[in-house]
Each structure stands twice: as C-alpha cells, then as structure tokens.
Design a protein around this ligand. Structure first.
Ligand SMILES: NC(=O)c1ccc[n+]([C@@H]2O[C@H](COP(=O)([O-])OP(=O)(O)OC[C@H]3O[C@@H](n4cnc5c(N)ncnc54)[C@H](OP(=O)(O)O)[C@@H]3O)[C@@H](O)[C@H]2O)c1
Length: 270
C-alpha cells in the first residue's frame, strides 16, 4: 500500500515527485507548507526576499523532511520572478504546483494608513501572485497538468476593521483565483484559494504584541480574543492548512477549481 498523509480526505494524497514552489517559504505558514510537500515526496522550491532566513528555513525543513531548494526572489519584481522560473527550470524542471503564499499584513486605521502601505500590500499580496501565475502557468498548460493554490484569508470574504489594504488585496486574490480557474478549466489546471483564520504562528503573536502595546491589555488576552472570534475558540495550526493544500494538489482533487475554502474554526461561513 502506498503511504498517505493524514488529511481532510483520507487516501487521496499519494507520494508524489512533482515540483512544487512555495512563495514566502521562510515564514510560519510557508515553512509548514514546504515541509508537508517535501515529506510527501515533492521536489520543493521555496522563495522569499531575505536569503539568509530562506536558507535557514530550507535547512530546518531539510533536517526533518527531504532537501528543499531555496532561491531568493522579490515577487513584486516581475524580472525576478522570470529569473526564478529560469533557475528552477534549469535545476529541477517545470513547476507543477504553485503555492502563492507570500504576503504582508499590517493593521492601521484607514485614515492613518500611508499610501506606501496600501501600494506595498497590493503589490505583494495581489500583483506578486499575479506575476507568479503569469510566469508559471504556461509550463502547466503546456504539459496539461497544474495546480495553483492561493493562500488568501478569511479577510478575502468579509471586511475587518483596520486592515483595509490587506482585505482589499485578499478580496482581489479571490477574483484572480476564480477568473483564472475559468480560463484554465479545460487545460488540466486547477486554481483554488485557501482562506485561513487566525493562525497559531509568529505573525499572529506579533500582531497580538502590537495590539497589547496599544491597548495596555496582556498579550494572552489579545490571543484569547483572536481565538474566541472562531466558534471553535482556537487558533488554526499551520499543518491544518498544509493538509488542505496537499489535498488540493493531488490528482484526485482535479474536479475542485475556482473554490475558496476556509480553514478558520467556523468563523466565516460563506
Ligand atoms: N498568520 C495568519 O494568521 C494568517 C491568516 C490568514 C492568512 N495568512 C496568509 O498566509 C500567508 C503566510 O503568512 P505568514 O503568517 O506565514 O506570514 P509571515 O510569517 O510573515 O511570512 C511571510 C513570508 O512572505 C515572504 N514575503 C513577503 N514579501 C515578499 C515579497 N515581496 N517577495 C517574496 N516573498 C515575500 C516573507 O519573507 P521575506 O520578508 O524575506 O520576503 C515570508 O517568507 C500570507 O499570505 C498571509 O496573508 C496568514
């Protein structure tokens, strides 16, 4: 019997030697995604801007999964995304699974938000994902098989106060997901989004620290507030998101496209 991982749909995720690219692979969720795919036999490439952090992440993943290739790239720069594709092509081959995970998030009230934050958020979370789709999709359509998984957020579906740039970028990412799913529907490629709620990771703790400083409340109270915003009253683990990504990347998920699936403890039901 082939080994499988524990995931939402048991027995759908077989060992696989396809090539997967995870953007933002040095971050909390990106690392977990890369590790899950590497453990499943994928040849994994991770990318992010800071080369040192990226190498450290690749080493940490390689220590308890298969080796991953770390190639720095700023996804806001299309020429860098093109160079990344060339490098991956030369060293491994065509990327078959693209996980657009890189993202930035900063909470600030709308009137206090500098225009630069709006621009940078849109350029990273939306235009960066667009560049990656543009550059890596032709390899998928040429071979008649591909998976694009966009890491969105529950803020892609509902508004939240103080994150207008972030929510706008993630709403946009769902528009891209759905439109591209239609254009690729007969080309062997699926395009889906995962919408996590508050994840139990460093970024959430950093956000909680900032809110704690502003409000004078203890950080534990802020984290409890985040957890309490979900009916399950808990934060989401990164490997819960990674399990869903593995399932969406599998052959047996070929009929799932244009979807935006929440992993949020029941917080958002649309
Ligand atoms: N944490 C949560 O609660 C949560 C909830 C819902 C959705 N999400 C989404 O999940 C994804 C991952 O979030 P996370 O919590 O793991 O964040 P994180 O720990 O801050 O990691 C973000 C990653 O993106 C990379 N990155 C940022 N800008 C980039 C750029 N221009 N080019 C290439 N890489 C870039 C960062 O590396 P460099 O800075 O070195 O480039 C880092 O590897 C994001 O899309 C986020 O919106 C997170």
């Amino acid at each position: 019997m082939k080994p499988t991982v524990t995931c939402y749909l048991l027995d759908v995720v077989d060992l696989c030697d396809k090539i997967a690219l995870v953007t933002g692979g040095s971050g909390g969720l990106g690392c977990s995604l890369a590790r899950a795919f590497a453990r499943q036999g994928y040849r994994v490439v991770i990318t992010a801007r800071n080369g040192e952090k990226l190498q450290a992440a690749a080493k940490a993943i390689g220590d308890n999964a298969a080796p991953v290739l770390a190639l720095p790239c700023d996804i806001r720069q299309k020429d860098q995304v093109n160079s990344l594709a060339k490098e991956v092509g030369a060293r491994l081959g065509t990327v078959q699974v693209l996980i657009n995970n890189a993202g930035i998030a900063r909470a600030v009230s709308f009137l206090e938000m500098p225009d630069s934050l709006w621009d940078d958020t849109l350029r990273t979370n939306l235009t960066g994902a667009y560049y990656c789709c543009k550059v890596f999709l032709p390899g998928m359509t040429n071979s008649g098989w591909g998976r694009i998984i966009n890491i969105a957020s529950t803020t892609a579906k509902v508004g939240y106060s103080h994150v207008s740039a972030y929510a706008s970028s993630k709403h946009g990412l769902l528009g891209l997901t759905r439109s591209l799913a239609l254009e690729t529907a007969r080309l062997g490629v699926t395009v889906n989004a995962i919408c996590p709620g508050y994840i139990d990771d460093e970024r959430t703790r950093e956000n909680a620290r900032r809110m704690a400083e502003k409000t004078g409340k203890p950080i534990e109270e802020i984290l409890a507030l985040f957890a309490g915003s979900a009916p399950q009253n808990r934060l989401i683990q990164t490997d819960e998101v990674a399990s869903l990504a593995l399932m969406l990347a599998s052959d047996k998920a070929g009929g799932i496209t244009g979807q935006a699936i929440n992993v949020d403890g029941g917080a958002v039901m649309v």
